[in-house]
Design a protein around this ligand. Structure first.
Ligand SMILES: Nc1nc2c(ncn2[C@@H]2O[C@H](COP(=O)(O)OP(=O)(O)OP(=O)(O)O)[C@@H](O)[C@H]2O)c(=O)[nH]1
Ligand SMILES: [Mg+2]
Length: 376
């Protein structure tokens, strides 16, 4: 048979689109996370996660103005057009936007995350219009998608959590009123028979202002976003490592993540050679470096992880660490667990990472928000 002379056709290449999004290679975390940011603060927080190597990320807003400067792919950013630019601190506008764009946001999340993730974090700044007005519906969508991907199994603790900010004291009464109402609603979603969210991580911008405003030349909020997301990543990484002393493992981390309201912080421990110096330093610092002011006595679970070089660790008798673990155990509510970890790294100093879970913010911080909102 004669050979046929077909024209040279450029064959379309397979799209190469896989059904998975992978985090940056080299990023090994205890859980595979997917993130969505709502409003400006939420989008910036998720962008910080993205810059650390997390790739299952997306964000929504009511104006493209707020998206300037984000590094995540444009395809992962969605503007819910309201006909006006932004929700102007009115959560009702955020609510209408998500109602109208429900399917688009659903598609955005599925498209940006694809499959293979295990837990979700929905990020928003409480107090504005977009983040505050959309977060509840976005959490519900995340939950629905998690169920459809079998990441959320029936009767199991929630895999969808929220990371939210509270306003600094100098913000307006309206912003405080919005944040107060939204926080109350989110707190109620962490408890009860059908708990919908965990963890609920609260960043108090007032506290962050006190911690970072003097050292941040570019504004304390940027530094806050970086340090919170780095700390979150650090806990994820610590929970994948093993230690010849004490290991903080994935199951320990999971227990804290499933405990409801969660906060975390870190501090350096300058003195560690006396039997009580570590516990003293931890006790002194822990209250001041947590993301939100909270009563440790209410925590139902805690993780305390120390890390330092071989040289540093060789100077510390094990009982000095035990003192610190026992102290935290006495400080949190009765009969509860303190997950322990001691790891080696190259740093010639001792650092402590602490995560508290099962907290109750209904006292101090909610009352303070209500006062600033003028409702009390
Ligand atoms: N930690 C942190 N908080 C922020 C940041 N930007 C804003 N906030 C806080 O988040 C709250 C809500 O602000 P935005 O996120 O700008 O509001 P929005 O959700 O975009 O809502 P509208 O602008 O009203 O449509 C503010 O009151 C601040 O307290 C940020 O980058 N980091
Ligand atoms: Mg905005």
């Amino acid at each position: 048979m004669d050979q046929m002379n077909l024209p040279k056709i450029s064959v379309p290449k397979p799209s190469g689109e896989s059904d998975m999004v992978n985090d940056k290679s080299g990023l090994t975390t205890a859980f595979k996370w997917a993130f969505i940011g709502c409003g400006q603060a939420g989008s910036r927080l998720v962008d910080s996660f993205h810059q650390l190597g997390f790739n299952r990320v997306c964000c929504i807003n009511t104006t493209d103005q707020d998206m300037d400067g984000l590094k995540m792919p444009k395809d992962n950013q969605y503007v819910m057009n309201l006909g006006v630019r932004g929700a102007g601190k009115n959560p009702d506008l955020g609510k209408s936007a998500i109602k109208e764009h429900y399917e688009d946001v659903y598609d955005l999340m599925k498209r940006s995350w694809k499959s293979g993730w295990e837990r979700v974090l929905v990020c928003a700044g409480l107090g504005g219009g977009t983040g505050t007005g959309t977060i509840e519906t976005v959490l519900a969508i995340a939950n629905e998608i998690a169920e459809s991907y079998k990441a959320q199994k029936h009767g199991e603790p929630p895999v969808v959590g929220a990371l939210v900010t509270l306003p600094s004291d100098s913000e307006s009464q309206k912003v405080h009123a919005n944040a107060h109402a939204a926080l109350k609603q989110l707190v109620s979603m962490t408890t009860g028979g059908k708990r919908l969210i965990s963890p609920l991580i609260i960043i108090d911008n007032q506290r962050m202002y006190e911690l970072y405003s003097s050292q941040a030349s570019t504004g304390y909020l940027g530094v806050t976003n970086q340090s919170v997301t780095q700390l979150f990543l650090t806990f994820n990484v610590l929970a994948t490592g093993s230690s010849d002393i004490w290991t903080f493992d994935e199951a320990d981390f999971k227990t804290v993540l499933e405990s409801g309201i969660v906060t975390f912080g870190m501090c350096n421990i300058p003195k560690y050679e006396d039997p009580t110096s570590i516990s003293f330093s931890v006790r002194d610092n822990i209250r001041n470096t947590m993301l939100v002011k909270t009563d440790i006595g209410n925590a139902t679970t805690a993780a305390l992880v120390f890390i330092g070089s071989n040289g540093v660790l060789s100077k510390i008798p094990q009982k000095n660490f035990e003192h610190a673990f026992d102290m935290i155990k006495r400080m949190i509510s009765r009969n509860n667990t303190v997950h322990r970890g001691v790891y080696r790294n190259a740093d010639n100093e001792l650092t402590c990472f602490a995560m508290l879970g099962g907290l109750d913010v209904s006292g101090d911080r909610l009352a303070e928000l209500a006062r600033l909102a003028g409702t009390k």
